[in-house]
Design a protein around this ligand. Sequence first.
Ligand SMILES: NC(=O)c1ccc[n+]([C@@H]2O[C@H](COP(=O)([O-])OP(=O)(O)OC[C@H]3O[C@@H](n4cnc5c(N)ncnc54)[C@H](OP(=O)(O)O)[C@@H]3O)[C@@H](O)[C@H]2O)c1
Length: 336
Amino acid sequence: MFDGKTVLITGGTGSLGQALTRRLLTTKVRTVRVFSRNENKQVMMESEIHDKRLRFLIGDIRDKERLITALDGVDIVFHAAALKHVPVIEYNPFESIKTNVIGSQNVIDACLHQNVGTAVCIGTDKAVSPLNTYGATKLLMEKLFVTANNYLNHKKYRTRFLAVRYGNVVGSSGSVIPRFIEQIKAKKKITITNPKMTRFSITMNQALDLIIDTALNGKESEIYIPKLKAYSITDVKDTLFDLLGNTGEKVIGIRSGEKLHETLINNEEMRSSWDLGKYYMIANPLRDENDVKKSYSQKIKKISNVESYSSDSVAKMTKSELKKTIIESGLLDTET
Ligand SMILES: NC(=O)c1ccc[n+]([C@@H]2O[C@H](COP(=O)([O-])OP(=O)(O)OC[C@H]3O[C@@H](n4cnc5c(N)ncnc54)[C@H](OP(=O)(O)O)[C@@H]3O)[C@@H](O)[C@H]2O)c1
């Protein structure tokens, strides 16, 4: 799919953007354009990844004109740029609306303007029945992407807009495992919000597989969702204490806007959800079921009799699986 193609990643200097860039450079991609605001992050990334096919474009997704120029000649867009830190966004809600909502519409408009072939946006479980502003803005991003496929009814446009949705990437910036590791290494008590809390877990490689498979196999206005296990915060704590030593714990209570469990498909969405084998997929509820079925060459089945897909309803990772995941993430080796 990527042979000879030009790909642009909004938020290309972020945790996901960098990993996706590296993965794309293992293919026969023609060019990868990294689009983001901070020049220092770009300079750092350029010094770490040496590849003539890489281009660095400074730009803000709030600036539609800049996006239109950046997308000239682009075949595939991965839209990863976002504000994502829940407390920061709770304090500055309209800034996240400007980036995550208006910025996403700018990405859509620029894709349509430049007749980009495929655009995939990166969603989160926090967008499902959202409790906080981050989740609400990411829900709107998904809605904008899914609905933008309406333009396919006009001959002039050809962009397929798709979305993926997943839970916490093990070790991504601001997530719980690196925070616990930092606290333990500093000989501090780890701060647990609620011992009963569960979260979906995905490794960066699983996230990359999902994103690339979505770009390859997604049809139009679909949300692809990985089949994941979950972890309990108490198991993460116990596993890290086993690995690094027990520095004690302090329960600080659930923060405003935080859920005890996360959901990847809610009850409403189950009605238009499909099992694709490797992934789940939420189809646009306005699409005819037979058309959805016909659009896939392999057998796909409608999900039935499932209430919802949430982190307290799926299998938990065992402690040994957690241990392996943490060790393989390389997080224990990083200096704090
Ligand atoms: N990390 C997770 O666990 C997780 C889980 C589910 C979904 N997601 C989603 O995955 C995506 C990537 O997450 P991540 O962990 O890679 O985030 P990240 O490390 O914080 O990276 C965010 C990227 O977006 C860029 N950016 C932010 N605002 C921008 C703007 N206005 N214009 C252009 N670029 C902008 C940042 O660079 P500059 O600041 O230099 O612009 C950076 O390159 C996000 O959409 C997030 O919502 C993440």
